[in-house]
Write a protein that binds this ligand. Structure first.
Ligand code: CAA
Length: 284
């Protein structure tokens, strides 16, 4: 099964990156957002990223225009009726995702593979809202999508070999290293990353060191590109709390429980870089 025409639902941080790399890999891409303003905002993000690549001499202007020319923005799901693959990158809410997939199921032909970019929800639960559980996978990309080299391809109990192999081939086509994972909470990366991030908050909470020293420790001591508290600001404190809560609900283990400091920061609106204030202050 060859994937040439791709639909992306949601053009936020993750959706815009997924749409961009699919178009860069030569696929025709349809992107759906809920209104024209969000379509324009999403398109603007992609133009900005590609524009920077042109500035850095990593891409020609002609290539940038060709990539943009392969993308169509729409507010209608009907635009997905000819897609080989539809990747969902909307809000992490199981009910909303299930509703979306049930509707897509009535629009897309039987061969279309459905994929969710969820980081922690059950892919099998989403697949169960459609009549194509065999044609359903998780495709978990990492932020920033065009720069991070990994995609986790997730198979449920029902995913067919054909759909799984086609999804892995798509991951490679868009230039990523593929890690194959079962539909288990957090897959591989978040299973390990989330307790690490939460432990960094616990270390700060208990006064082991300052936030700067915790970050410097992990950057310089372990060669990580960002320290854990910097990375929390980057991923979003609200997003991390949400993922942790889902994983705690599944495993009932302390290592996935969100520390009080995380809850207080989220409650006070300090969500990280997106609100320009998290563990660090980006307002200046
Ligand atoms: N076009 C093309 N290339 C670009 C570019 C653009 N618009 N912008 C940057 N680049 C390139 C740069 O040229 C550079 O390449 P070279 O090394 O060849 O010069 C490279 O990308 C890195 O860019 P920068 O130097 O601007 O930035 P940086 O070195 O500070 O790295 C970063 C930024 C990639 C975000 C890095 O800090 C990093 O890897 N951080 C960790 C991110 C991470 O862990 N993400 C995963 C979060 S978890 C998640 O997403 C999943 C979940 O479920 C929560």
């Amino acid at each position: 099964m060859d994937i040439n025409k791709v639909g992306v639902v949601g053009c936020g941080l993750m959706g815009s990156g997924i749409a961009q790399i699919a178009a860069q890999a030569g696929c025709d891409v349809v992107v759906r957002e809920v209104d024209e303003a969000l379509c324009a905002k999403g398109k603007g993000k992609i133009e900005k990223f590609l524009g920077k690549a042109v500035e850095k001499g990593k891409m020609t202007e002609e290539d940038m225009n060709a990539v943009l020319g392969r993308m169509t923005f729409t507010t209608e799901l009907s635009g997905f009726s000819e897609c080989d693959l539809v990747v969902e990158a909307i809000i992490e809410n199981l009910d909303i995702k299930r509703e979306l997939f049930a509707e897509l199921d009535t629009i897309c032909p039987p061969h279309t593979v459905f994929a969710s970019n969820t980081s922690s929800l059950s892919v099998g639960d989403m697949a169960a809202s459609t009549n194509r559980a065999a044609n359903f996978v998780g495709l978990h990309f990492f932020n920033p999508v065009p720069l991070m080299k990994l995609v986790e391809v997730v198979r449920t109990l029902e995913t067919s070999d054909e759909a799984f192999d086609a999804s892995c081939a798509f991951g490679e086509k868009v230039g990523k290293v593929v890690v194959r994972a079962k539909d288990s909470p957090g897959f591989v990366v978040n299973l390990l990353l989330v307790p690490y991030l939460l432990d960094a908050i616990r270390a700060l909470e208990s006064g082991v060191a300052t936030k700067e020293d915790i970050d410097a420790g992990m950057k310089l001591g372990c060669g990580h590109p960002m320290g854990p508290l910097e990375l929390l600001d980057f991923v979003g404190l609200d997003t991390t709390m949400y993922i942790a809560d889902i994983m705690f609900h599944e495993f009932k283990q302390y290592r996935y429980s969100a520390p009080p400091m995380l809850r207080r920061l989220v409650a006070s609106g300090r969500h990280g870089r997106k609100t320009r204030y998290g563990f660090y202050d980006y307002r200046k």
